[in-house]
Design a protein around this ligand. Sequence first.
Ligand code: URA
Length: 434
Amino acid sequence: MRMVDIITSKRNGNELTDEEISFFVEGYTKGEIPDYQVSALMMAIYFRGMNERETLTLTTEMENSGDKLDLSAIRGIKVDKHSTGGVGDKTSLALTPIVSACGVPIAKMSGRGLGHTGGTIDKLESFDGFNVSISTSEFIDNVNRIGISIMGQTADLAPADKKLYALRDVTGTVENMSLIASSIMSKKLAAGADAIVLDVKTGSGAFMKTLEDSKALAEEMVRIGKGAGRKCIAVISDMDQPLGNAVGNAIEVREAIDTLMGKGPEDFTELVMTLASYMIMLGGRASSVDEARALAKEAVESGAALKKLGEFIEAQGGSADQVYHPETLKVSDKCINIKADRSGYVERIICDEVGVSCMMLGGGRASKEDVIDLSVGIRLLKKRGDHVGTGDDLAIVYYNDEKNLSEAVDKLKASYVISDAEPAPQDLIKMIIE
Ligand code: URA
């Protein structure tokens, strides 16, 4: 088999055979096929697409390209969650303790942030002493003992996807439905959970900008999950403005804790409760989504979810005191208020610009090697639909280094689109794909 024939075939709009997909995934992972040929193939797939069979085969080949996590030593139905990414998305931090407090074991591998979006692992490191680099056996023991563990990715899960995603990132071939679906699902399937709840974002800050495309992506991922014998549900949620009010690391952890204390922002709380309900239901702890939601609500109101977060932080080297006293999570004292230079309604807050502004403050990575400042961030005081007068505070920027401050402030200011007309209200949860 020759790689050039596979590229030509896809360029001409043909379906790839399972053997051809297996050939290029294996060859590329082993370093036998060069980047330039795989780049050409990715571009051909980007324009020509792949059908369901090709997408499923690509997923399976990438899933089987490296280690797979064996969670069979954990009792109960393990439910994982994945978000397609966004700004201010601290969902896992509040969601997982609620679900665990309701009796569903959480054994989750998470990643670090890159570019304008953050990562759960960085956010967790805001807790003094918290260790994300535990061994797989410690991870499994923790889940069996206290019902929850989250670790950084140590095992070499889906290495084919790691290489392909890095290549797609620099060749303009990320935004293809089959490529995104197979990339995400190959990692989720290799991570070993019995059931997966997907949070598929839609809007300006998402990979998929329209509801139609987000729905197609969600359906594709659910199909792949079910095809692999896992229970799978997707929630399509709004990412046309940042989620909640906090963007950064420690500042987002504080907001997640506030939410577990029952005083989180409305949009973030709603997303957390919706995802929690589906995870609890798939985890077999409730027979309907309404019953599951009542359990999730009770876990928050009784303090059981907050206690679970404390146990989790303590089991991995941190102190539960910081959970009960979130003000001890270090957010910089230096801050600047961003003011509106006209009156009107907040029509939009361009997510990517807010994320990049936070990155410029030092709260995110431009490249994998960057060290981030967990104490900087942004608090949005006004969100879509709010009325503002000239000179009103829109947001607060928490910073340490003045190097890129004015550029970060300008970017944040420009992310607020203020118009005369009040925008129509938008639903946070757009659709559920079961
Ligand atoms: N996230 C992934 O892991 N892969 C993609 O292709 C896009 C988003």
